[in-house]
Design a protein around this ligand. Structure first.
Ligand code: CA
Length: 233
């Protein structure tokens, strides 16, 4: 990513008040913004000028947002953040499994959206060659990936191999929501993707070892009905 050219964001949203509100805040952060109020226009604009990041509302007037997501994902590698209505867990899961990078539930604050945009763009920067540090630090949690050691407030925590694998999968995608299906596939393999109770059990174990208060986690956050997210800094 160049530091001189502002990043181009494509906002696909039919609700004018939301576009207006995002237009001001995104411009204020130095992003360039292209807007589409229909799915068809969005695909055309994305082809003309491939964006660095897409914000996609799932409820569009002409085409199902999920179709737009799949069409874009066939060729566009830029992060895609989904906007969805409340109580649409299945929609979010479908979108994430189809290659969306994150989602926000309406109504959301500008601060939340900007944080998600930063996380998504940071992952792109890392994937495109920035050397990832072998030590991950988040508040009192420290994961030394090279030495395979985990510390909380400088005290070493002993994890089972599967707990360690689950934690490091979250660390590699810090700040990003990961679906149950994705985590099960990464940690247990492709044949266990239905076994969400494995995940619940191991997540509970990991929280007991890492969190001050496992019932009020600071690091290992639950995304209700969707999956888990490691908090971002
Ligand atoms: Ca809409």
């Amino acid at each position: 990513m160049s530091t001189t050219t502002p990043l181009l964001l494509l906002l696909i949203e039919d609700e004018l008040p939301i576009r207006r509100f995002l237009r001001t805040s995104l411009a204020g952060e130095g992003y360039r913004l292209v807007e589409a109020d229909t799915g068809q226009l969005a695909v055309r604009l994305a082809v003309q000028q491939p964006p660095d990041l897409v914000i996609l509302d799932l409820g569009l007037p002409d085409v199902d947002g999920q179709d737009i997501l799949r069409q874009l994902r066939e060729w566009l590698h830029a992060p895609i953040i989904i906007l969805s209505a409340r109580d649409q867990e299945q929609q979010k899961v479908t979108a994430l499994d189809s290659g969306a990078d994150d989602y926000l539930t309406k109504p959301f604050s500008t601060g939340e959206l900007l944080a998600r945009i930063r996380v998504a763009l940071r992952h792109v920067a890392r994937a495109s060659g920035d050397r990832e540090s072998s030590v991950f630090v988040l508040s009192d949690l420290k994961v030394d990936l090279a030495a395979r050691r985990v510390f909380v407030q400088d005290a070493e925590i002993h994890l089972t191999p599967l707990e360690y694998k689950l934690l490091t999968t979250l660390v590699r995608h810090a700040g990003k929501v990961l679906t149950h299906r994705f985590l099960l596939k990464e940690v247990w393999g492709p044949h266990q993707v239905q076994e969400t109770h494995y995940l619940r059990v191991f997540m509970a174990g990991l929280r007991r070892k890492i969190e001050d208060d496992p019932a009020q986690p600071r690091y290992l956050l639950t995304e209700q009905g969707v999956g888990y997210r490691l908090a971002a800094d």
